[in-house]
Design a protein around this ligand. Structure first.
Ligand code: PEP
Ligand code: MG
Length: 576
Protein backbone atom coordinates (compact mmCIF):
# COMPACT_ATOMS: atom_id res chain seq x y z
CA UNK A 1 0.00 0.00 0.00
CA UNK A 2 1.31 3.47 -0.88
CA UNK A 3 0.73 6.32 1.57
CA UNK A 4 1.35 9.72 0.06
CA UNK A 5 2.58 12.84 1.81
CA UNK A 6 5.16 15.55 1.19
CA UNK A 7 8.91 15.14 1.05
CA UNK A 8 10.40 16.16 4.39
CA UNK A 9 13.95 14.83 4.12
CA UNK A 10 15.58 12.97 1.23
CA UNK A 11 16.80 9.40 1.31
CA UNK A 12 15.30 5.96 1.71
CA UNK A 13 14.61 4.33 5.07
CA UNK A 14 13.46 0.77 5.77
CA UNK A 15 12.21 -0.58 9.06
CA UNK A 16 9.39 -1.63 11.33
CA UNK A 17 6.73 0.89 12.23
CA UNK A 18 6.66 2.39 15.69
CA UNK A 19 3.61 4.57 16.27
CA UNK A 20 4.44 7.28 18.77
CA UNK A 21 1.45 8.92 20.42
CA UNK A 22 1.17 11.69 22.95
CA UNK A 23 -1.49 10.13 25.10
CA UNK A 24 -2.67 12.59 27.72
CA UNK A 25 -2.40 11.40 31.26
CA UNK A 26 -5.80 10.97 32.90
CA UNK A 27 -5.46 10.51 36.63
CA UNK A 28 -8.20 8.45 38.30
CA UNK A 29 -9.23 10.49 41.32
CA UNK A 30 -11.78 8.21 43.02
CA UNK A 31 -11.40 7.14 46.61
CA UNK A 32 -10.18 3.56 46.90
CA UNK A 33 -11.35 0.88 49.36
CA UNK A 34 -9.16 0.42 52.39
CA UNK A 35 -8.55 -3.16 51.31
CA UNK A 36 -7.04 -1.88 48.03
CA UNK A 37 -4.37 0.27 49.71
CA UNK A 38 -1.69 -2.42 49.67
CA UNK A 39 -2.35 -3.14 45.99
CA UNK A 40 -2.07 0.52 45.02
CA UNK A 41 1.15 0.83 47.01
CA UNK A 42 2.51 -2.26 45.25
CA UNK A 43 1.67 -0.59 41.93
CA UNK A 44 3.88 2.34 42.89
CA UNK A 45 6.76 -0.02 43.69
CA UNK A 46 6.31 -1.92 40.42
CA UNK A 47 6.23 1.37 38.48
CA UNK A 48 9.39 2.45 40.29
CA UNK A 49 11.20 -0.73 39.24
CA UNK A 50 10.10 -0.20 35.65
CA UNK A 51 11.16 3.46 35.76
CA UNK A 52 14.61 2.58 37.08
CA UNK A 53 15.02 -0.15 34.44
CA UNK A 54 14.05 2.31 31.66
CA UNK A 55 16.43 4.95 32.98
CA UNK A 56 19.25 2.41 33.19
CA UNK A 57 18.66 1.37 29.58
CA UNK A 58 18.68 5.02 28.47
CA UNK A 59 21.83 5.66 30.49
CA UNK A 60 23.65 2.72 28.94
CA UNK A 61 22.55 3.65 25.44
CA UNK A 62 23.59 7.29 25.94
CA UNK A 63 26.96 6.18 27.31
CA UNK A 64 27.50 4.11 24.16
CA UNK A 65 26.31 6.70 21.67
CA UNK A 66 27.36 9.98 23.26
CA UNK A 67 29.82 9.13 26.00
CA UNK A 68 30.00 8.67 29.74
CA UNK A 69 29.78 12.37 30.57
CA UNK A 70 26.45 12.80 28.75
CA UNK A 71 25.03 9.67 30.37
CA UNK A 72 25.82 10.85 33.92
CA UNK A 73 22.58 12.86 34.07
CA UNK A 74 20.63 9.59 34.00
CA UNK A 75 22.55 8.28 37.02
CA UNK A 76 21.31 11.36 38.81
CA UNK A 77 17.77 10.67 37.55
CA UNK A 78 17.93 7.10 38.87
CA UNK A 79 19.00 8.37 42.29
CA UNK A 80 16.15 10.89 42.35
CA UNK A 81 13.63 8.20 41.33
CA UNK A 82 14.88 5.90 44.08
CA UNK A 83 14.83 8.61 46.74
CA UNK A 84 12.87 6.97 49.59
CA UNK A 85 11.42 10.36 50.58
CA UNK A 86 9.54 10.61 47.28
CA UNK A 87 8.27 7.03 47.15
CA UNK A 88 7.41 6.85 50.88
CA UNK A 89 5.47 10.09 50.65
CA UNK A 90 3.44 8.75 47.72
CA UNK A 91 2.76 5.46 49.53
CA UNK A 92 1.75 7.32 52.70
CA UNK A 93 -0.70 9.42 50.69
CA UNK A 94 -2.36 6.27 49.36
CA UNK A 95 -2.80 5.03 52.92
CA UNK A 96 -3.79 8.29 54.61
CA UNK A 97 -6.15 9.63 51.93
CA UNK A 98 -7.13 6.40 50.21
CA UNK A 99 -6.30 7.91 46.85
CA UNK A 100 -5.18 6.00 43.77
CA UNK A 101 -1.50 5.23 43.17
CA UNK A 102 -1.55 7.61 40.19
CA UNK A 103 -3.03 10.49 42.15
CA UNK A 104 -0.57 9.96 45.01
CA UNK A 105 2.42 9.93 42.66
CA UNK A 106 1.18 12.97 40.76
CA UNK A 107 0.60 15.02 43.92
CA UNK A 108 3.90 14.01 45.52
CA UNK A 109 5.91 14.81 42.42
CA UNK A 110 4.25 18.20 42.06
CA UNK A 111 4.96 19.00 45.69
CA UNK A 112 8.65 18.00 45.42
CA UNK A 113 9.14 19.80 42.12
CA UNK A 114 7.56 22.97 43.50
CA UNK A 115 10.03 23.03 46.40
CA UNK A 116 12.98 22.88 44.00
CA UNK A 117 11.48 25.27 41.46
CA UNK A 118 11.10 27.93 44.15
CA UNK A 119 14.78 27.85 45.12
CA UNK A 120 17.08 30.79 44.38
CA UNK A 121 19.89 28.70 43.06
CA UNK A 122 19.64 28.16 39.29
CA UNK A 123 21.11 24.65 39.55
CA UNK A 124 18.57 23.58 42.17
CA UNK A 125 15.71 25.07 40.15
CA UNK A 126 16.78 22.95 37.20
CA UNK A 127 16.44 19.89 39.48
CA UNK A 128 12.73 20.80 39.74
CA UNK A 129 12.43 20.15 35.99
CA UNK A 130 14.28 16.83 36.43
CA UNK A 131 11.83 15.75 39.12
CA UNK A 132 8.88 16.60 36.86
CA UNK A 133 10.45 14.62 34.05
CA UNK A 134 11.08 11.57 36.25
CA UNK A 135 7.67 11.99 37.88
CA UNK A 136 5.98 11.98 34.48
CA UNK A 137 7.75 8.74 33.61
CA UNK A 138 6.80 7.20 36.96
CA UNK A 139 3.19 8.28 36.56
CA UNK A 140 2.94 6.88 33.03
CA UNK A 141 4.37 3.61 34.31
CA UNK A 142 1.81 3.51 37.13
CA UNK A 143 -0.89 3.92 34.48
CA UNK A 144 0.71 1.40 32.12
CA UNK A 145 1.31 4.04 29.42
CA UNK A 146 4.26 4.50 27.04
CA UNK A 147 6.73 7.06 28.36
CA UNK A 148 7.01 10.39 26.53
CA UNK A 149 10.04 11.14 24.41
CA UNK A 150 11.90 8.72 22.23
CA UNK A 151 14.80 7.79 24.43
CA UNK A 152 13.20 4.45 25.31
CA UNK A 153 13.65 3.12 21.77
CA UNK A 154 16.06 0.22 21.65
CA UNK A 155 15.61 -1.16 18.12
CA UNK A 156 15.55 0.26 14.61
CA UNK A 157 12.20 1.77 13.66
CA UNK A 158 10.24 3.88 11.23
CA UNK A 159 8.85 6.52 13.54
CA UNK A 160 5.21 7.37 12.83
CA UNK A 161 3.54 10.22 14.72
CA UNK A 162 0.89 12.88 14.37
CA UNK A 163 3.64 15.46 14.75
CA UNK A 164 6.92 15.68 16.62
CA UNK A 165 7.76 18.47 19.03
CA UNK A 166 11.27 19.73 19.79
CA UNK A 167 11.24 17.79 23.06
CA UNK A 168 10.36 14.57 21.22
CA UNK A 169 13.17 14.96 18.75
CA UNK A 170 15.68 16.00 21.43
CA UNK A 171 15.73 12.39 22.61
CA UNK A 172 15.75 10.87 19.13
CA UNK A 173 18.63 8.53 18.31
CA UNK A 174 19.43 8.82 14.62
CA UNK A 175 20.96 5.35 14.54
CA UNK A 176 17.66 3.77 15.55
CA UNK A 177 15.20 5.95 13.66
CA UNK A 178 15.49 4.89 10.02
CA UNK A 179 12.62 6.99 8.76
CA UNK A 180 10.00 9.47 9.95
CA UNK A 181 6.36 9.76 8.90
CA UNK A 182 4.07 12.45 10.29
CA UNK A 183 0.37 13.03 9.84
CA UNK A 184 0.66 16.82 10.06
CA UNK A 185 3.06 19.46 8.89
CA UNK A 186 4.98 20.14 5.74
CA UNK A 187 8.58 20.59 4.66
CA UNK A 188 9.10 23.55 6.99
CA UNK A 189 7.67 21.97 10.12
CA UNK A 190 9.99 21.41 13.04
CA UNK A 191 9.92 17.66 12.44
CA UNK A 192 11.01 18.06 8.81
CA UNK A 193 13.80 20.50 9.65
CA UNK A 194 15.03 18.13 12.35
CA UNK A 195 14.85 15.12 10.01
CA UNK A 196 17.01 16.92 7.46
CA UNK A 197 19.48 17.96 10.15
CA UNK A 198 19.78 14.37 11.32
CA UNK A 199 19.67 13.04 7.75
CA UNK A 200 16.73 10.76 8.43
CA UNK A 201 14.45 10.18 5.39
CA UNK A 202 11.07 11.72 6.16
CA UNK A 203 7.59 12.05 4.71
CA UNK A 204 5.34 14.66 6.26
CA UNK A 205 1.65 15.46 6.14
CA UNK A 206 0.27 12.03 5.24
CA UNK A 207 -3.02 13.08 6.85
CA UNK A 208 -3.97 9.96 8.77
CA UNK A 209 -1.70 7.46 10.42
CA UNK A 210 -4.42 4.96 11.30
CA UNK A 211 -3.21 2.50 8.67
CA UNK A 212 0.19 2.24 10.40
CA UNK A 213 0.41 -0.46 13.04
CA UNK A 214 3.32 -1.19 15.34
CA UNK A 215 5.70 -3.76 13.88
CA UNK A 216 4.48 -3.52 10.25
CA UNK A 217 7.21 -3.15 7.65
CA UNK A 218 7.50 0.21 5.93
CA UNK A 219 9.76 1.91 3.39
CA UNK A 220 10.05 5.69 3.60
CA UNK A 221 10.82 7.23 0.21
CA UNK A 222 11.89 10.64 1.46
CA UNK A 223 12.52 12.35 -1.86
CA UNK A 224 9.20 11.26 -3.38
CA UNK A 225 7.18 11.97 -0.24
CA UNK A 226 5.79 8.43 -0.23
CA UNK A 227 5.67 5.52 2.16
CA UNK A 228 5.36 1.89 1.07
CA UNK A 229 3.44 0.12 3.80
CA UNK A 230 3.67 -3.70 4.02
CA UNK A 231 5.91 -3.95 0.94
CA UNK A 232 6.50 -7.26 -0.81
CA UNK A 233 9.78 -9.10 -0.19
CA UNK A 234 10.97 -8.09 -3.69
CA UNK A 235 10.22 -4.42 -3.00
CA UNK A 236 11.98 -4.68 0.34
CA UNK A 237 15.15 -6.10 -1.26
CA UNK A 238 15.01 -3.60 -4.12
CA UNK A 239 14.76 -0.60 -1.79
CA UNK A 240 17.42 -1.95 0.56
CA UNK A 241 19.85 -1.77 -2.37
CA UNK A 242 18.59 1.71 -3.34
CA UNK A 243 19.03 2.91 0.24
CA UNK A 244 22.64 1.68 0.25
CA UNK A 245 23.36 3.39 -3.07
CA UNK A 246 21.87 6.62 -1.84
CA UNK A 247 24.03 6.49 1.29
CA UNK A 248 27.13 5.88 -0.83
CA UNK A 249 26.34 8.89 -3.04
CA UNK A 250 25.79 11.09 0.01
CA UNK A 251 29.15 9.97 1.40
CA UNK A 252 30.89 10.74 -1.90
CA UNK A 253 29.40 14.23 -2.00
CA UNK A 254 30.65 14.88 1.49
CA UNK A 255 34.17 14.54 0.18
CA UNK A 256 33.66 17.93 -1.46
CA UNK A 257 33.82 19.58 1.97
CA UNK A 258 37.13 21.27 1.34
CA UNK A 259 36.20 22.59 -2.12
CA UNK A 260 35.02 26.16 -2.63
CA UNK A 261 31.44 27.11 -3.45
CA UNK A 262 32.29 28.71 -6.76
CA UNK A 263 30.68 28.38 -10.19
CA UNK A 264 32.62 27.18 -13.24
CA UNK A 265 32.98 30.81 -14.37
CA UNK A 266 34.43 31.87 -11.04
CA UNK A 267 31.44 33.37 -9.22
CA UNK A 268 31.81 32.63 -5.50
CA UNK A 269 28.89 32.46 -3.09
CA UNK A 270 28.69 32.00 0.66
CA UNK A 271 27.51 28.54 1.65
CA UNK A 272 26.47 28.46 5.27
CA UNK A 273 24.62 26.17 7.67
CA UNK A 274 21.57 26.77 9.87
CA UNK A 275 21.80 25.81 13.51
CA UNK A 276 19.64 25.51 16.61
CA UNK A 277 22.17 24.18 19.09
CA UNK A 278 25.90 24.77 19.37
CA UNK A 279 26.51 21.08 18.75
CA UNK A 280 25.17 21.56 15.15
CA UNK A 281 28.33 23.52 14.30
CA UNK A 282 30.46 20.42 14.13
CA UNK A 283 28.29 19.00 11.33
CA UNK A 284 28.25 22.30 9.46
CA UNK A 285 32.04 22.44 9.48
CA UNK A 286 32.37 18.75 8.61
CA UNK A 287 30.42 19.18 5.37
CA UNK A 288 32.25 22.37 4.48
CA UNK A 289 29.86 25.13 5.58
CA UNK A 290 31.97 28.27 5.98
CA UNK A 291 29.64 30.09 8.32
CA UNK A 292 26.28 30.01 10.07
CA UNK A 293 23.61 32.01 8.28
CA UNK A 294 20.94 31.39 10.89
CA UNK A 295 21.34 30.58 14.55
CA UNK A 296 17.78 29.91 15.74
CA UNK A 297 18.08 31.02 19.36
CA UNK A 298 14.56 29.89 20.29
CA UNK A 299 15.79 26.63 21.81
CA UNK A 300 17.62 28.61 24.47
CA UNK A 301 14.28 30.12 25.44
CA UNK A 302 12.21 26.98 25.08
CA UNK A 303 14.32 24.52 27.04
CA UNK A 304 13.68 26.12 30.43
CA UNK A 305 10.75 27.42 32.39
CA UNK A 306 12.34 30.86 32.60
CA UNK A 307 14.00 33.32 30.25
CA UNK A 308 17.69 32.58 29.66
CA UNK A 309 19.98 34.86 31.66
CA UNK A 310 22.52 37.22 30.11
CA UNK A 311 25.33 34.93 31.32
CA UNK A 312 23.79 31.82 29.84
CA UNK A 313 23.18 33.50 26.49
CA UNK A 314 26.62 35.06 26.45
CA UNK A 315 28.22 31.66 27.15
CA UNK A 316 26.24 30.04 24.32
CA UNK A 317 26.92 32.74 21.71
CA UNK A 318 30.59 32.84 22.71
CA UNK A 319 30.79 29.07 22.31
CA UNK A 320 29.26 29.37 18.83
CA UNK A 321 31.60 32.21 17.86
CA UNK A 322 34.64 30.28 19.05
CA UNK A 323 33.53 26.99 17.50
CA UNK A 324 33.30 28.69 14.08
CA UNK A 325 36.89 29.92 14.50
CA UNK A 326 36.51 33.37 12.99
CA UNK A 327 33.93 32.38 10.38
CA UNK A 328 30.63 34.28 10.50
CA UNK A 329 27.70 33.34 12.73
CA UNK A 330 24.41 35.18 12.23
CA UNK A 331 22.44 35.17 15.46
CA UNK A 332 18.73 35.67 15.05
CA UNK A 333 16.97 37.30 17.97
CA UNK A 334 14.19 35.39 19.69
CA UNK A 335 11.55 34.16 17.26
CA UNK A 336 8.90 32.87 19.64
CA UNK A 337 5.20 32.78 18.78
CA UNK A 338 3.65 31.31 15.67
CA UNK A 339 4.17 27.59 16.20
CA UNK A 340 6.72 28.06 19.00
CA UNK A 341 5.36 28.42 22.50
CA UNK A 342 7.18 29.85 25.47
CA UNK A 343 5.89 28.74 28.83
CA UNK A 344 7.40 31.57 30.87
CA UNK A 345 5.82 34.31 28.75
CA UNK A 346 2.34 32.91 29.16
CA UNK A 347 1.34 33.93 25.67
CA UNK A 348 -2.42 33.90 25.15
CA UNK A 349 -3.90 31.59 22.52
CA UNK A 350 -4.55 33.54 19.33
CA UNK A 351 -6.86 33.08 16.35
CA UNK A 352 -3.99 33.56 13.90
CA UNK A 353 -0.73 32.90 15.73
CA UNK A 354 1.41 33.28 12.58
CA UNK A 355 -0.09 36.71 12.00
CA UNK A 356 -0.01 37.57 15.64
CA UNK A 357 2.15 38.40 18.55
CA UNK A 358 5.51 36.87 17.68
CA UNK A 359 9.25 37.43 17.33
CA UNK A 360 10.33 41.08 17.15
CA UNK A 361 6.80 42.13 18.06
CA UNK A 362 7.16 40.47 21.46
CA UNK A 363 10.70 41.78 21.87
CA UNK A 364 9.71 45.38 21.25
CA UNK A 365 6.81 45.09 23.69
CA UNK A 366 9.17 43.56 26.28
CA UNK A 367 12.37 45.46 25.52
CA UNK A 368 14.15 43.83 28.45
CA UNK A 369 14.12 40.52 26.60
CA UNK A 370 15.78 42.14 23.58
CA UNK A 371 18.18 44.15 25.76
CA UNK A 372 19.47 41.02 27.45
CA UNK A 373 19.82 39.15 24.17
CA UNK A 374 21.53 41.97 22.28
CA UNK A 375 23.90 42.62 25.15
CA UNK A 376 24.82 38.92 25.22
CA UNK A 377 25.41 38.92 21.45
CA UNK A 378 27.54 42.08 21.67
CA UNK A 379 29.62 40.67 24.52
CA UNK A 380 30.18 37.44 22.59
CA UNK A 381 31.12 39.41 19.46
CA UNK A 382 34.54 39.98 21.01
CA UNK A 383 35.24 36.26 20.55
CA UNK A 384 34.54 35.70 16.87
CA UNK A 385 32.71 37.06 13.83
CA UNK A 386 29.11 37.57 14.88
CA UNK A 387 26.18 39.34 13.23
CA UNK A 388 22.68 39.83 14.52
CA UNK A 389 19.38 39.76 12.68
CA UNK A 390 15.81 40.54 13.60
CA UNK A 391 12.99 38.18 12.57
CA UNK A 392 9.46 39.10 11.44
CA UNK A 393 10.28 42.68 10.61
CA UNK A 394 7.38 44.41 8.88
CA UNK A 395 8.26 48.10 9.16
CA UNK A 396 11.22 50.44 9.17
CA UNK A 397 10.14 51.70 12.61
CA UNK A 398 10.72 48.24 14.05
CA UNK A 399 14.25 48.10 12.66
CA UNK A 400 14.96 51.55 14.06
CA UNK A 401 13.55 50.61 17.46
CA UNK A 402 15.60 47.41 17.62
CA UNK A 403 18.73 49.25 16.48
CA UNK A 404 18.14 51.90 19.16
CA UNK A 405 18.21 49.15 21.79
CA UNK A 406 21.35 47.73 20.21
CA UNK A 407 23.03 51.14 20.48
CA UNK A 408 21.85 51.50 24.05
CA UNK A 409 23.52 48.16 24.87
CA UNK A 410 26.72 49.21 23.11
CA UNK A 411 26.79 52.30 25.29
CA UNK A 412 26.30 50.21 28.43
CA UNK A 413 29.18 47.93 27.47
CA UNK A 414 31.41 50.93 26.74
CA UNK A 415 30.63 52.33 30.19
CA UNK A 416 31.45 48.94 31.73
CA UNK A 417 34.64 48.70 29.72
CA UNK A 418 33.56 45.38 28.24
CA UNK A 419 35.01 44.67 24.78
CA UNK A 420 32.68 44.06 21.82
CA UNK A 421 32.62 44.43 18.04
CA UNK A 422 31.48 47.99 17.41
CA UNK A 423 30.93 47.14 13.73
CA UNK A 424 28.67 44.14 14.49
CA UNK A 425 26.72 43.69 11.24
CA UNK A 426 22.94 44.02 11.60
CA UNK A 427 20.46 42.37 9.29
CA UNK A 428 16.77 41.71 9.02
CA UNK A 429 14.90 38.64 7.92
CA UNK A 430 12.81 39.27 4.86
CA UNK A 431 9.85 37.03 5.56
CA UNK A 432 6.93 39.42 5.22
CA UNK A 433 5.99 40.39 1.66
CA UNK A 434 5.68 44.06 2.69
CA UNK A 435 9.42 44.14 3.33
CA UNK A 436 10.36 42.34 0.12
CA UNK A 437 8.20 44.74 -1.90
CA UNK A 438 9.68 47.84 -0.28
CA UNK A 439 13.14 46.42 0.38
CA UNK A 440 14.83 49.64 -0.77
CA UNK A 441 13.39 51.54 2.19
CA UNK A 442 14.98 49.09 4.60
CA UNK A 443 18.46 48.95 3.09
CA UNK A 444 19.80 52.09 4.79
CA UNK A 445 19.16 50.61 8.23
CA UNK A 446 20.81 47.24 7.73
CA UNK A 447 24.03 45.59 6.58
CA UNK A 448 22.33 42.59 5.01
CA UNK A 449 19.04 40.89 4.28
CA UNK A 450 18.30 37.24 4.89
CA UNK A 451 15.24 35.90 3.12
CA UNK A 452 13.17 33.57 5.28
CA UNK A 453 11.26 31.76 2.58
CA UNK A 454 9.45 29.49 5.03
CA UNK A 455 7.41 32.41 6.23
CA UNK A 456 7.70 34.53 3.09
CA UNK A 457 5.93 31.78 1.10
CA UNK A 458 3.18 31.29 3.63
CA UNK A 459 2.47 35.03 3.84
CA UNK A 460 2.75 35.69 0.10
CA UNK A 461 0.57 32.77 -0.89
CA UNK A 462 -1.66 32.86 2.22
CA UNK A 463 -0.86 29.19 2.78
CA UNK A 464 -0.35 28.01 6.35
CA UNK A 465 3.05 26.29 6.29
CA UNK A 466 1.84 23.70 8.79
CA UNK A 467 -1.41 22.72 7.10
CA UNK A 468 -1.03 19.51 5.12
CA UNK A 469 -4.39 19.90 3.39
CA UNK A 470 -3.16 22.91 1.45
CA UNK A 471 0.48 21.93 1.17
CA UNK A 472 0.18 21.62 -2.62
CA UNK A 473 -0.42 25.39 -2.65
CA UNK A 474 2.80 26.06 -0.75
CA UNK A 475 5.04 26.80 -3.72
CA UNK A 476 8.40 28.47 -3.18
CA UNK A 477 8.81 28.66 -6.97
CA UNK A 478 5.55 30.59 -7.40
CA UNK A 479 6.18 33.58 -9.70
CA UNK A 480 5.19 36.02 -6.93
CA UNK A 481 7.79 34.58 -4.55
CA UNK A 482 10.50 34.67 -7.22
CA UNK A 483 9.76 38.33 -7.95
CA UNK A 484 9.89 39.19 -4.25
CA UNK A 485 13.25 37.43 -3.94
CA UNK A 486 14.55 39.31 -6.97
CA UNK A 487 13.33 42.63 -5.64
CA UNK A 488 15.06 42.04 -2.31
CA UNK A 489 18.37 41.02 -3.87
CA UNK A 490 18.31 43.92 -6.34
CA UNK A 491 17.61 46.46 -3.59
CA UNK A 492 20.55 45.23 -1.51
CA UNK A 493 22.92 45.19 -4.49
CA UNK A 494 21.97 48.71 -5.45
CA UNK A 495 23.55 49.79 -2.16
CA UNK A 496 26.41 47.29 -2.22
CA UNK A 497 24.89 45.16 0.48
CA UNK A 498 24.24 41.46 0.39
CA UNK A 499 21.22 39.20 0.50
CA UNK A 500 21.24 35.72 1.94
CA UNK A 501 18.53 33.13 2.29
CA UNK A 502 18.04 30.94 5.34
CA UNK A 503 14.61 29.46 4.62
CA UNK A 504 14.39 25.84 3.48
CA UNK A 505 14.31 26.92 -0.18
CA UNK A 506 18.03 27.77 0.07
CA UNK A 507 18.85 24.10 0.64
CA UNK A 508 16.57 22.66 -2.03
CA UNK A 509 18.84 21.60 -4.92
CA UNK A 510 16.01 22.15 -7.43
CA UNK A 511 16.09 25.89 -6.75
CA UNK A 512 19.88 26.38 -6.62
CA UNK A 513 20.39 27.42 -10.25
CA UNK A 514 17.52 29.90 -10.17
CA UNK A 515 18.68 31.47 -6.92
CA UNK A 516 22.23 31.74 -8.26
CA UNK A 517 20.87 33.39 -11.39
CA UNK A 518 18.84 35.87 -9.33
CA UNK A 519 22.08 36.91 -7.64
CA UNK A 520 21.66 35.44 -4.17
CA UNK A 521 24.92 36.03 -2.28
CA UNK A 522 24.57 33.64 0.62
CA UNK A 523 22.82 30.28 0.89
CA UNK A 524 22.21 29.04 4.43
CA UNK A 525 20.69 25.62 5.00
CA UNK A 526 20.62 22.40 6.92
CA UNK A 527 24.13 20.98 7.04
CA UNK A 528 22.93 17.85 5.25
CA UNK A 529 22.01 19.84 2.11
CA UNK A 530 25.35 21.65 1.80
CA UNK A 531 27.24 18.97 -0.22
CA UNK A 532 24.53 18.63 -2.88
CA UNK A 533 24.00 22.37 -3.27
CA UNK A 534 27.77 22.89 -3.49
CA UNK A 535 27.98 20.18 -6.13
CA UNK A 536 25.41 22.04 -8.23
CA UNK A 537 27.09 25.41 -7.74
CA UNK A 538 30.41 23.94 -8.88
CA UNK A 539 28.84 22.30 -11.94
CA UNK A 540 27.25 25.37 -13.54
CA UNK A 541 28.15 28.86 -14.73
CA UNK A 542 26.62 32.02 -13.36
CA UNK A 543 25.85 33.07 -16.92
CA UNK A 544 23.70 30.04 -17.67
CA UNK A 545 21.94 30.41 -14.31
CA UNK A 546 21.13 34.03 -15.10
CA UNK A 547 19.51 32.93 -18.35
CA UNK A 548 17.45 30.29 -16.55
CA UNK A 549 16.42 32.81 -13.87
CA UNK A 550 15.28 35.34 -16.48
CA UNK A 551 13.23 32.67 -18.19
CA UNK A 552 11.72 31.68 -14.84
CA UNK A 553 10.74 35.28 -14.12
CA UNK A 554 8.59 35.26 -17.25
CA UNK A 555 6.71 32.11 -16.33
CA UNK A 556 3.23 32.35 -14.90
CA UNK A 557 3.02 29.17 -12.80
CA UNK A 558 5.16 27.48 -10.17
CA UNK A 559 4.77 24.25 -12.09
CA UNK A 560 6.40 25.63 -15.22
CA UNK A 561 9.27 27.06 -13.16
CA UNK A 562 9.68 23.71 -11.43
CA UNK A 563 9.73 21.88 -14.75
CA UNK A 564 12.29 24.31 -16.11
CA UNK A 565 14.51 23.85 -13.04
CA UNK A 566 14.24 20.06 -13.17
CA UNK A 567 14.94 19.89 -16.90
CA UNK A 568 18.03 22.07 -16.54
CA UNK A 569 19.32 19.85 -13.72
CA UNK A 570 18.65 16.69 -15.70
CA UNK A 571 20.44 18.09 -18.76
CA UNK A 572 23.55 18.38 -16.62
CA UNK A 573 23.12 15.04 -14.89
CA UNK A 574 22.52 16.82 -11.59
CA UNK A 575 19.22 15.19 -10.65
CA UNK A 576 20.30 13.20 -7.59
C1 PEP B 1 11.92 31.30 7.58
O1 PEP B 1 10.82 31.76 7.89
O2 PEP B 1 12.25 31.03 6.41
C2 PEP B 1 12.92 31.00 8.61
C3 PEP B 1 14.14 30.63 8.31
O3 PEP B 1 12.50 31.10 9.90
P1 PEP B 1 11.72 29.94 10.70
O4 PEP B 1 11.64 28.73 9.84
O5 PEP B 1 12.50 29.72 11.95
O6 PEP B 1 10.40 30.62 10.92
MG1 MG C 1 10.49 32.54 9.86
Amino acid sequence: MIVRGISGARGIGLGKVYVYTHEDVVIPKDKIEESAVADEQAQIMAALDKTVAQLEAIRDKTAQTMGKKESAIFDAHILIAQDPALIDEAKNLVASEQCTAAEAVSRTVEQFAAVFSAMDDEYMRARGADIKDIGDRLLRNVLGMTPLGLSHLTEEVILVANDLTPSDTASLDKRLVKGIVTACGGPTSHAAIMARTLEIPAVMGVGYIDSFTDGARAIVKGSEGEVLLDPTETEWQEYAVKADNYQRQVQELKNTAKLEAVTKDGHAVLLYGNMGKVRDIERIKQVGGTGVGLFRTEFLYMENDELPSLDKQFATYKQAAEAMEGQPVVIRTMDIGGDKELKCLNLPKEMNPFLGYRAIRICLRHPDILRTQLKAVLKASAYGKLSVMYPMISSVEEVKAANAILNEMKEELRQEGTPFDDQLPVGIMVEIPAVAISAEYFVPYVDFFSIGTNDLCQYTLAVDRMNERISHLYQPLHPSVLHLIKNTIDASHKYNKITGMCGEMAGDPVTTMILLGLGLDEFSMNAASIPMVKHIIRSVTLQECQKIASLALFMDTAESVLNLAKTELEKRGLNL
